[in-house]
Design a protein around this ligand. Structure first.
Ligand code: WTA
Length: 645
């Protein structure tokens, strides 16, 4: 029934957008029929030091596995985001920074100013001995220096690894060690929702288990007290007298640009690696197509740069396109639920791009917080991170956008670099909850568990049948893991780990993860990662973690914990274990519900039957299915009887 619910392209978008429906069909058709010339033509949107003559060169087959795009091209990503705009729009605003507290003043940087800041930062990194190919860990709050640091790495060819400021010292140390980075850029403290986060202290704690860490650059953000160690350098001191120009390092299109750690179905997060040319092209192209972006309008991606959305749509895509990009330090609903719309009004935001979880939280606080703001500058509304439920979609469309703004629901992943399935505002009639159509060059397919390709309206596993420029190029330090994780389940195809449905009109509907990854407030969390953290506790014998439906977060975390023999399942221990996971990974990984389970449902071969645990967590205990293959079917009765409401 939802499929009948069609929102046509508004006439003003049809009249002004770069592509209408027929234009999209032609563009998409060419990208699939003649990828070589299509992509070489698209490559012209970037400034190359050496223009590429080869587009995609790839094979997903085991014997000949490789992925290259524009491999003979040379460019510098930061020069594409900064230098090439100087002549035409050097005095236009590149970056608007909106602080956490509404009473504090925003900051604005023109392209010329941003260029100078990035060059200065790059020179500071060079002075600390950072050279092309080094890994630089960035653990910063959402302050302008985060943008400077990221682009400074790109400028000198260092590979950045941004670690979300909400991650614990343990999680940070693991990421520093995994990519053997010897330098971390941090700040004294972060600020969010009126609270302070002790980032520098977290780095100090991480250093204890990251012996390779040699240098810490500390940005003074709040002025809060920190302890400086011999390895620590204040950024403002290091930047004194440093030149504000720095030549961009010529980079091969396939030289790594960044690593970003993300959760998978195994215990350890993996370092997703992206390279320079293809990634930037994908960031820039998808930002322009999905949002029909025009310079001169204010663009706000309300993500954190600790996630891929922040990389691609706060920084790289918009800046490559000469945009004015807004970066917000705080929370959408602090001091109150109108804050997000007040920021829109303050900066006359044209397009906002946020996550369904934020919309659901705002929706719960009622329409008055929206109605008290103007929002007349808003023309387009984006969403990303998880399937958007039609109720939240309609609220966004009807209440926030007052019915006049198309909703751009973008499906993609850290691995894909940028949007893969998404509408285009002048071309695509919308259906609430559907990400609609593939971007040019994206060849999605549905396969059944045996790998047979499903045609017509169908539901199955979502795979991508050919490479695209923004595709990740590897798991840092582990070539086998890249191939193993993504190309063995359905040989010859990229496995997304998502399920999807294609309806009678060919529209794509993402149904959610089909692997052991859960999506908590739009953030990926591997169940194995939370389990590993729990079993580190001395009283825990075993743990099993599953997702459960959650009104605001989309999915919440339900943990079943078996304690060591003789340990009392006391409420204090219950609390302690939740705090323990927060400390091991970070607040986003803390279980919403934790149940002490004397036994877990296992097959005779010892495999935990997660299907049953998921049903119990959902409260759907009447349809547990066949439990006869369990080694001890009685454990299920105990789990059901002691389910946490
Ligand atoms: C989910 C975030 C439905 C999906 C960019 C994917 C979505 C995972 C959507 C990637 C969407 C993201 N509709 N599901 N519009 N966008 N997802 O790596 O399950 O943090 O595999 O990248 O989020 O999460 P990641």
């Amino acid at each position: 029934m939802a499929e009948q619910d069609l929102y046509p392209v508004p006439p003003e978008w049809a009249a002004q957008a770069r592509y209408d429906a027929a234009g999209y069909e032609t563009l998409y058709g060419r990208s699939i029929a003649d990828p070589g010339s299509f992509w070489l033509e698209q490559a012209r949107r970037l400034d190359w030091i050496k223009r590429p003559e080869i587009a995609g060169d790839w094979s997903f087959d085991k014997a000949d596995f490789h992925i290259n795009w524009f491999a003979d091209g040379k460019l510098n990503v930061s020069a594409n985001c900064l230098d090439r705009h100087l002549a035409k729009r050097g005095d236009e605003i590149a970056l608007i920074w909106e602080p956490d507290a509404p009473s504090d003043a925003p900051r604005r940087f023109t392209y010329r100013e941003l260029h100078a800041e990035v060059c200065t930062f790059a020179n500071v990194l060079k002075a600390q001995g950072v050279v092309k190919g080094d890994r630089v860990t960035i653990y910063l709050p959402m302050i302008p220096e985060a943008a400077f640091a990221v682009l400074a790495c790109a400028r000198i060819g260092a590979i950045h690894s941004v670690v979300f400021g909400g991650f614990s010292p343990e999680a940070l140390a693991g990421r520093i060690e995994d990519c053997r980075s010897t330098i971390v850029i941090t700040a004294d403290e972060g600020r969010r929702g009126g609270k302070r986060v002790a980032l520098k202290a977290n780095v100090d704690a991480a250093a204890e288990t990251a012996p390779g860490l040699k240098t810490v650059i500390v940005v003074r953000a709040t002025g809060g007290a920190v302890t400086m160690h011999p390895r620590d350098v204040w950024y403002h001191e290091a930047a004194e007298g440093v030149p504000a120009t720095c030549p961009p390092e010529p980079m091969g299109a396939e030289d790594p640009l960044f690593i970003l750690y993300t959760s998978g179905s195994t215990g350890k997060p993996k370092g997703v690696m992206h390279t320079s040319g293809g990634y930037l092209l994908w960031a820039s192209l998808t930002h322009e197509l999905a949002f029909d972006y025009r310079p001169g309008t204010v663009w706000w991606c309300a993500a954190d740069i600790g996630w891929v959305t922040g990389h691609t749509y706060i920084l790289y895509g918009p800046l490559a396109n000469g945009a004015t990009t807004l970066m917000y330090e705080g929370l959408p609903n602090w001091p109150d639920a109108s804050r997000i719309w007040q920021v829109v009004d303050r900066h006359k935001v044209h397009t906002i791009f946020t996550a369904p979880t934020a919309l659901r939280a705002l929706m719960k606080d009622g329409d008055d917080f929206v109605a008290m703001t103007d929002r007349s500058s808003l023309k387009l509304l984006g969403t990303v991170g998880e399937p958007i439920n039609p109720e939240a979609w309609r609220w966004y469309h009807d209440v926030v956008g007052e019915g006049r703004c198309p909703i751009i629901d973008t499906w993609w992943q850290t691995e894909t670099g940028g949007a893969m399935i998404a509408p285009m505002p002048g071309a695509t009639a919308l259906k609430p909850g559907s990400a609609t159509n593939p971007m040019p060059g994206v060849d999605p397919q549905l396969v059944d568990p045996e790998g047979r390709v499903l045609t017509g309206p169908a539901e199955g596993n979502l795979v991508i049948a050919r490479s695209w420029p923004g595709q990740m190029r590897g798991v840092w330090g582990d070539r086998d893991r890249f191939f193993q994780t993504y190309f063995t389940t359905y040989p010859g195809k990229y496995t997304t780990g998502d399920g999807a449905r294609r309806d009678v009109d060919g529209y794509w509907w993402i149904t959610g993860r089909v692997d052991d990854v859960i999506n908590v407030s739009g953030h990926r969390m591997g169940t194995a990662e939370v389990e590993s953290a729990l079993v580190l506790h001395p009283h825990v014998a075993e743990a099993a973690v599953v997702g459960m439906p959650h009104d605001i977060k989309g999915q919440g975390i339900y943990a079943y914990v078996t304690l060591n023999a003789g340990v009392d399942p006391h409420p204090d221990l219950h609390r302690e274990l939740i705090v323990w996971v927060r400390k091991e990974i970070g607040p986003i990984a803390a279980p919403d519900k934790l149940q002490f389970a004397p036994g877990l449902p296992k097959t005779r071969s010892g495999k935990i039957m997660r299907r049953i645990l998921r049903k119990i967590a959902e409260g759907d205990v009447s349809s547990l299915g066949d439990t006869s293959t369990l080694a001890d079917p009685a454990v299920v009765d105990d789990l059901v009887a002691n389910r946490v409401e």
